[in-house]
Write a protein that binds this ligand. Structure first.
Ligand SMILES: Nc1ncnc2c1ncn2[C@@H]1O[C@H](COP(=O)(O)OP(=O)(O)O)[C@@H](O)[C@H]1O
Ligand SMILES: [Mg+2]
Length: 268
């Protein structure tokens, strides 16, 4: 049986569209008959549930405090999407006792075959827990936008991932660009800098154009792949989902959910 493919969506700078991307990809993948678990790891800003217009009542802190079990904090979004809210729990993983870590892994063992994908939303910036989340997944997706700060901050994040976590490859997604050409240009500009200084393989998974309706949809807690399926943005999300499903594009290093968590809690 194919394991759960673990994917993070990350960035150097906030506001580039990570949560929007995760929510829409999850929805698109679920429409392609895939089962998706989302881990909201954007500490302090945990807002993935709101993207779907619902509210997750519990989060990982409740598991760490032994108030809830992991399966009790799994919040269903639709029949094929579940969500785990991180709260500020992601950083606290390292403070767990070995016994707590082992029991967490036992629960993961039970749920791991339920999902085709684990999508991890990360906080922006150079935070230790962001590095660990990105290091623990099969595939990290780094979001770039045409904003200069997004470019330099993405490079800073990649540099740490390369130097301290021996990251060998990363997937690039260009968001909020004028058109496809601008996205390709942005990717090549980034690849040129990376090729000069870091030995990291890059691949481009897709380009999402800027669409002024997105902000309004976000405000209304609606998602573009549902609301405007004929838009260029929805089309882009479909393309990216197909690329994710096509393992030949990105080497399938899928190691599953249990390895993800054991790396995260430091037991691997
Ligand atoms: N392709 C896009 N076109 C226009 N606006 C976008 C696009 N992607 C994201 N946004 C908007 O940018 C803002 C930040 O997005 P969000 O997903 O919250 O970013 P992050 O999670 O990286 O902080 C939101 O208002 C969102 O609607
Ligand atoms: Mg976010």
């Amino acid at each position: 049986m194919r394991g759960t493919k673990t994917i993070s969506v990350t960035s150097g700078k906030g506001g580039v569209g990570k949560s929007t991307i995760i929510a829409n990809l999850a929805l698109q993948l679920s429409e392609m008959d895939q089962k998706v678990l989302i881990l909201d790891g954007d500490i302090g800003m945990a807002n993935m549930d709101i993207m779907f217009g619902s509210r997750a009542p519990f989060n990982i802190i409740d598991v760490l405090n032994e108030k809830k079990s992991l399966d009790e904090i799994i919040h269903p979004i639709n029949p094929r999407i579940d969500l785990i809210s991180g709260g500020s729990g992601i950083t606290d993983f390292y403070k767990m006792s070995t016994f707590q870590k082992r029991s967490l892994l036992d629960i993961i063992e039970q749920i791991q075959y339920k999902y085709d994908y684990l999508l991890v939303d990360t906080a922006p910036g150079l935070n230790e827990h962001v590095f660990y989340l990105n290091a623990a997944v099969d595939q990290a997706i780094l979001v770039l936008t045409p904003e200069p700060a997004s470019f330099t901050d993405a490079y800073a994040l990649l540099k740490v991932m390369y130097n301290n976590f021996h990251l060998k490859r990363i997937t690039i997604l260009c968001n909020q660009v004028r058109d496809y050409q601008e996205g390709i240009h942005l990717f090549h500009k980034f690849a040129d800098v990376v090729d000069q200084f870091l030995n990291v393989g890059l691949n481009l998974i897709g380009v999402i154009p800027h669409d002024q309706n997105m902000r309004k949809l976000n405000f209304q807690q609606r998602l573009v792949v549902n609301q405007n399926p004929d838009s260029c943005v929805a089309e882009a999300f479909r393309g990216i989902s197909f690329n994710l499903l096509d393992d030949s594009l990105i080497p399938n290093t899928s190691q599953g959910l249990k390895l993800f968590w054991s790396q995260l809690v430091g037991l691997a």
